[in-house]
Design a protein around this ligand. Structure first.
Ligand code: NAG
Ligand code: NAG
Ligand code: NAG
Length: 804
């Protein structure tokens, strides 16, 4: 068998290199049983597929989110199954869609309404059968086994050993994001001019922006071959080796290989041991370009490696880390750029007066090169500052060595560059009400005059001092890393999970009924749902089954969309969704079961008081979970209902946030909560009562209240206290803080008293979080820096000083 496929490969290589038009497959290495009229239907159980003889590759429907499928080929014998090809990446199909090898020999994908979504276009000849080969190539072949069509000729974002990229033939497009397989912002191709190139493109209009890497083989490059020794080489037309793209990898017999243009624009060669165990993963052998942050430069159009208004810093394996300047935040998706969370400066007759509301934040080692709309030469820094502040077009000024470069929104090419000695001055509005915020669920709100701007300025400079230090540190590591790159890459394990498979199941109502023994054991209930205990029949796994009340009947699409966004989250501090049921009037979510009950029970139990260090760890872990929801998903998820009842603890007291992603579904319920709680100091941010936009900052507020509860082991409001001043925890905590008497907050808690430093950091951070002015509340990533001590916490202002 082994020698057979080896000789087959030699034949294929020969054919490829000599450019022989028709290749032929050896008989022994394939199943010929995918005959005309064979078909596969898309459904959640994915039971029907066409698999290669070795079982290593499978062709079939790959579920990307509940009810959405790609017709695809994937590595099937490793635990993190990995997509290598797809027919309909830009147009996922629903359950009930079919792929069939029709009687005329066309492989066609037809959706459940009968519309043809995709079809193979075979060369002339009569197709007799289809076969999934052990190379990962799906072929349509004639009776004599001549290949008439092959998936290798129309790659998606991946090349496999024995695959060839011909001059001016196919293009690899990166995925849009790690979880969205649509065509993304980068492409890889061997151009007609012989150059092998990586190009950034605009989405959705397929316009080339900038060639950010090339093989520099003008005229000569003819064919890129991923050969069966794991080498990826560029050849001339006469078969002479021009240059290796990547040096040979470990043996193809013992390792899986793939070359993939990833969503971050980096081309990576990955390998995976075939003798894999459950802890194996794809590891990166080599990649190009070595620094995507400085490689992708848009001089005319496009936002640069991380999108508009962002800046990029480079991590291991050439992975870009995309960040926003302070007072800007992510638009969702790592490479989608950032947006200011304040209203832009007016450019009308009130411009001069409005300019008074703006200040400049300093950032170091960060530059947005090539996109100045104007420059001032030989000026001092003060002139540069004044010039930007008084100019309504200026969003950023870079002051470097006597020169002042002014940039307007949106600005491009942002990057962290340790070699850049200049200073970035970011213009931000001091007081604003987020009227132009894109995450808002309601609109309205106008800029208001209020005091407190000096506090903000001071705060920001302190924050930025710290941020600058962080950048310096990370640049140091970056330089260190580059030096070591060549030697250490080979054995490095991948840090990022390759293409996550959606593992969430769809259950029938009957299955859920059986699992819960007829909704027998109730675990709890909320305003809009009841939670039951259940046991899955398949694997005996205990689950929590959340049955939503019938008020959701109409929101069918919304339900699907939300389930799909929840199912894409994966973080150790979030409760994992296992599956869902959407049948008739029944809307049910099935979650992993978390054994140790809610944080509320844990925290507010009668004595003994829970351990201080456990509480500190829980607080930090919750911050991490919320930060993930806000920043790491393709769309930010605002929880809207952060409270101890919605945080569960597992057997090791790791907190898991529950009920996230339901905010949109439970909108009706939210308003109810708000009216119910009006006037009391709950977990609900003041924006809810004030007809102000709802942003991620509402979660920051709720987190701040919960953080105080975790510190003090008491509820945010307790009527039954001796001193009236202690009834509202937020007020009491601020009073104690101001009077320098934090120990009163933890009276009787000796563990906490012996750790006053942590207590002070946590309480100060909490006071920042519960600022009534949402713009003063830090984003969760800043909260995490504060809690872990990597950023000094500035003195917080009085949370209630905000006058609206
Ligand atoms: C083809 O035959 C192989 C080996 O007998 C089998 O494993 C595979 O499931 C068959 N495929 C189809 C589509 O019938
Ligand atoms: C994936 O990205 C494309 C391009 O932006 C977008 O049109 C599509 O809706 C996204 N798909 C999902 C499932 O988010
Ligand atoms: C693949 O390319 C490498 C480097 O050019 C070469 O040493 C090796 O023999 C080639 N392997 C095959 C199977 O062609």
């Amino acid at each position: 068998m082994a020698s057979c496929s080896f000789s087959l490969l030699i034949i294929i290589n020969f054919i490829i290199i000599t450019g022989f038009p028709f290749s032929v497959i050896a008989q022994e290495s394939l199943n010929r049983n995918v005959t005309l009229r064979s078909s596969i239907v898309a459904n959640a159980n994915a039971n029907s597929t066409w698999t290669s003889p070795s079982g290593e590759f499978t062709f079939g429907f790959w579920q990307i989110s509940p009810g959405a499928f790609l017709l695809a080929i994937w590595f099937d014998q490793i635990h993190d199954k990995t997509l290598v090809w797809s027919a309909n990446r830009d147009e996922p199909v629903s359950a009930g869609s079919t792929v069939q090898l029709s009687t005329d020999g066309t492989l066609e994908l037809v959706d459940q309404t009968g519309r043809r979504v995709w079809a193979s276009h075979a060369r002339s000849g009569t197709v007799a059968y289809a076969a999934m080969l052990d190379t990962g190539n799906l072929v349509l072949a004639s009776n004599t086994s001549a290949i008439l069509w092959q998936s290798f000729d129309s790659p998606t974002d991946t090349l496999l050993p024995t695959q060839v990229l011909n001059r001016q033939s196919s293009v690899l497009y990166s995925s849009f994001s790690a979880t969205n397989f649509s065509k993304g912002r980068f492409k890889f191709t061997l151009q007609g001019d012989g150059n092998l190139v990586l190009i950034s493109r605009s989405v959705p209009s397929d316009e080339n922006l900038n060639t950010y890497w090339s093989s520099k083989t003008l005229e000569t490059g003819f064919q890129l071959i991923f050969n069966n020794s794991g080498s990826i080489n560029l050849y001339q037309q006469n078969g002479t080796l021009l240059r290796p793209l990547f040096e040979s990898g470990p043996l193809v017999g013992q390792f899986y290989h793939r070359l993939v243009l990833e969503h971050d624009g980096v081309l990576r060669h990955y390998v995976y041991p075939k003798s894999a165990n459950s802890s194996s993963a794809w590891s990166v052998r080599d990649f190009e370009p070595s620094n995507i942050c400085s490689a992708v430069v848009e001089r005319h159009t496009g936002g640069g490696p991380c999108g508009f208004n962002s800046y990029c810093s480079i991590k291991a394996e050439g992975r870009p880390s995309c960040n926003c300047p302070l007072n800007y935040y992510p638009r969702g998706g790592g490479l989608s750029g950032c947006t200011p969370d304040f209203v832009q400066q007016r450019c009308d007759h009130q411009q001069v007066q409005d300019a008074l509301s703006f200040g400049l934040i300093e950032m170091y080692n960060i530059d947005w090169p090539f996109v100045d709309y104007t420059k001032l030469r030989n000026v001092d820094e003060d002139t540069c500052r004044q010039s930007c502040l008084s100019d309504c077009f200026c969003a950023i000024a870079i002051y470097s060595d006597g020169d002042c470069f002014k940039k307007s929104l949106p600005f491009s090419n942002g990057r962290l560059d340790s070699g850049f000695a200049g200073k970035a001055l970011i213009k931000v509005r001091m007081n604003n009400t987020l009227a132009s915020n894109p995450y808002t669920t309601t609109s309205g709100g106008e800029s208001s005059k209020s005091s407190g701007s000096t506090t903000l300025t001071i705060t920001l400079s302190v924050l930025l001092g710290c941020a600058g230090l962080l950048f310096l540190l990370s640049s140091f590591f970056f330089v260190f890393y580059l030096k070591r790159r060549k030697t250490t890459i080979v054995e490095q394990r991948s840090h990022v999970q390759p293409a996550v498979v959606s593992t969430i199941s769809s259950f029938s109502f009957k299955e859920v009924e059986e699992a819960t023994n007829g909704f027998d054991e109730e675990l709890g209930r909320g305003a809009c749902s009841i939670v039951y205990r259940g046991t899955l029949k398949d694997d005996g796994k205990v689950v929590a089954v959340k049955k939503l009340h019938k008020i959701f009947e109409q929101a069918d699409d919304e339900f699907k969309a939300e389930v799909s966004s929840i199912s894409r989250t994966n973080h150790k501090n979030l409760v994992q969704l296992v599956g869902y049921c959407d049948e008739g009037q029944n809307r049910i979510l099935v979650y992993e079961f978390i054994t140790n009950g809610s944080l509320a029970t844990f925290l507010f139990q009668k004595l003994p008081r829970p351990n201080w260090h456990t509480r500190v760890q829980i607080a930090f872990a919750i911050a991490r979970g919320i930060c993930y929801l806000h920043e790491d998903c393709s769309m930010p998820i605002i929880h809207c209902d952060i409270k101890p009842q919605n945080v569960l603890l597992n057997e090791t007291f790791t907190p898991k946030i529950a009920d996230f992603g339901l905010a949109k579904l439970l909108k009706a319920d939210q308003t109810r909560t708000v009216t119910g709680i009006r006037g009391t100091k709950g977990y609900v941010a003041p924006e809810w009562f004030r007809n102000m936009p709802i942003t991620v900052k509402v979660d920051v507020y709720s987190f701040g209240i919960m953080l105080l509860e975790l510190m003090c082991c008491r509820r945010s409001y307790e009527a039954d206290v001796e001193d009236e001043g202690e009834a509202v925890l937020a007020d009491w905590a601020y009073d104690c803080y101001q009077q320098g008497a934090l120990d009163l907050l933890v009276a009787g808690d000796e563990e906490a008293k012996s750790d006053m430093k942590t207590l002070e950091i946590y309480v100060k951070t909490a006071i920042w979080c519960i600022q009534e002015d949402p713009t003063l509340r830090p984003h969760m990533n800043i909260v995490m820096h504060m809690l872990q001590g990597s950023m000094q916490v500035p003195t917080p202002p009085d949370p209630t000083a905000f006058i609206h």
